[in-house]
Design a protein around this ligand. Structure first.
Ligand SMILES: Nc1ncnc2c1ncn2[C@@H]1O[C@H](COP(=O)(O)OP(=O)(O)OP(=O)(O)O)[C@@H](O)[C@H]1O
Length: 252
């Protein structure tokens, strides 16, 4: 069941249980997951490979695959915009830039899919190129950009959809460690600026504990399959958030 709430708790799931059925095989990906996000919160989800992080993100985006069976007692709550569409945008692991479109056209596509006319979409994108470290590369093709720049471009395109909740699935997973750290710092600064360049509510799926504690207000740690939440760390109030996340992961 998907419901709509307006009480400041923007999205979440209750008793979410998801099973995949392929032929005779059944895999329970998530079991009884309860999670609620407040407006403006940055949440990171960490856990071992295959614990259901991407499935949880897809459920929040309303994008579960046809082979995913959601248990009847599960509730998924998503915010909706004035026209009733989920006010959520999801950025998949692969950046999905269009190789035949220049950087500017790729970025503007985010606003175009939200119904913004072409000229206005390009205007909005060009205003953001500098904030996203892409100034001077407006006419470059995606293959001419570095890996970090491609991810920033994909993120710019995603944010230009204007949705209020951003779901990020391992956005920096394919980058080398040094680029990843600088991307983390850049994203943390972007968020701290509170100027609307980034949606205020974010869910980040990551394997990287440092990334999680650098960026997030709260980190949830999931167990291996079937995925359940085994710990929850509020970064600002925890003395050693990194160590606490690592400890929760090592129990698994
Ligand atoms: N389309 C599918 N059909 C069958 N099983 C699936 C499907 N998608 C996911 N699963 C199974 O569900 C479980 C959770 O998968 P999911 O991709 O959500 O995990 P994850 O934590 O995001 O993994 P990773 O960190 O490796 O990306 C896995 O065991 C996976 O094999």
């Amino acid at each position: 069941m998907t419901t709509f709430r307006t009480d400041g708790r923007v999205l979440g799931v209750e008793r979410l249980t998801v099973t995949f059925r392929t032929g005779r095989r059944e895999v329970t990906a998530l079991q009884d997951v309860d999670l609620t996000l407040a407006a403006g919160e940055f949440l990171a989800v960490v856990g071992p490979s295959g614990c259901g992080k991407s499935t949880l993100l897809r459920a929040l985006a309303g994008l579960l695959l046809a082979s995913a069976v959601v248990d009847r007692s599960s509730t998924i709550t998503v915010p909706r915009d004035a026209s009733g569409r989920p006010d959520v945008v999801w950025m998949p692991q692969q950046n999905c830039l269009l190789p035949w479109r220049r950087a500017m056209a790729n970025a503007a596509l985010g606003a175009r899919v939200a119904g913004v006319p072409r000229a206005e979409a390009v205007h909005r994108a060009s205003e953001m190129f500098e904030r996203f470290g892409l100034a001077g590369f407006e006419r470059s093709w995606p293959h001419e950009l570095s890996g970090g720049m491609r991810q920033r471009l994909a993120l710019l395109r995603t944010t230009l959809t204007g949705r209020s909740v951003l779901l990020l699935d391992e956005p920096f997973g394919a980058l080398d460690a040094i680029t990843r750290r600088s991307m983390n710092q850049w994203l943390a600064d972007l968020r701290r600026s509170h100027d609307g360049a980034l949606p205020s509510t974010v869910v980040l799926v990551t394997h990287d504990v440092d990334e999680a504690v650098t960026l997030a207000d709260r980190v949830i740690v999931m167990s291996s399959r079937p995925g359940r939440i085994v710990d929850e760390i509020v970064v600002a109030t925890e003395q050693s958030p990194r160590e606490r996340v690592l400890a929760a992961l090592s129990v698994e």
